[in-house]
Design a protein around this ligand. Sequence first.
Ligand code: HEC
Length: 197
Amino acid sequence: MTSKAMTWVAVIVTITALAVPNLFAIDTKSSAREGIPPRTVADYLRAVIMAHRHFYTTYIVNRLQQERIVDAVENWQTTHSLPLPVQLLQETSEIAELTGPNVRYHLISQWPINKANVPANEFERMALKELQVYPNRPYSSTIRSGEGQLFEAVYADLAVTTACVQCHNSHPSSPKSDFKVGDVMGGLVISFPLSDR
Ligand code: HEC
């Protein structure tokens, strides 16, 4: 190797030595920032869940009922009817849970038609209380569960149409009969495990 070539090799080695740790440093920083915050993930999931619920209610349940083709009723399995929108949520959540990442979602309320939909713990009770006062502020937290950490977010579930109010107010198992359009009827709970992977 000529001395000129050796000088070039020395320059390249020096530049690489200086650059590589910097590259690593940049990598380390970006991996620390990598990943979407759990609240944002919950917001994304909620958008999809609510879009499906809305579409199912408006373009399937309401349409087929208006055209007197088939009704949506609670005991849909035994009566060859359509599931209620809340049941669509329950059924799809069970399927989602089986597909791997253990995502769950369900509706809860202080005034449930189905007693199984009462808040399951202190966190959910607090969430429902807070959402009555601040419906636009989802209530979320990281919770310890058997296998590790679980992220849970609760969003206000609003009486968006008279159908919500009429059905709940007149249901024989409903403990409340004076819901009005716009009221917070309960909460949509979304939960998923937090993992470092
Ligand atoms: C045709 C009747 C009907 C309509 C319309 C209806 N619901 Fe319900 N809803 C039910 C029944 C029945 C349950 C209980 C289902 C179960 O868990 O078995 C329920 C459950 C719920 C729950 C969980 C707590 C509970 O009461 O058990 C919430 C929250 C809720 N509905 C909100 C709404 C909202 C908001 C709307 C309108 C967008 C709506 N519902 C429309 C019948 C109805």
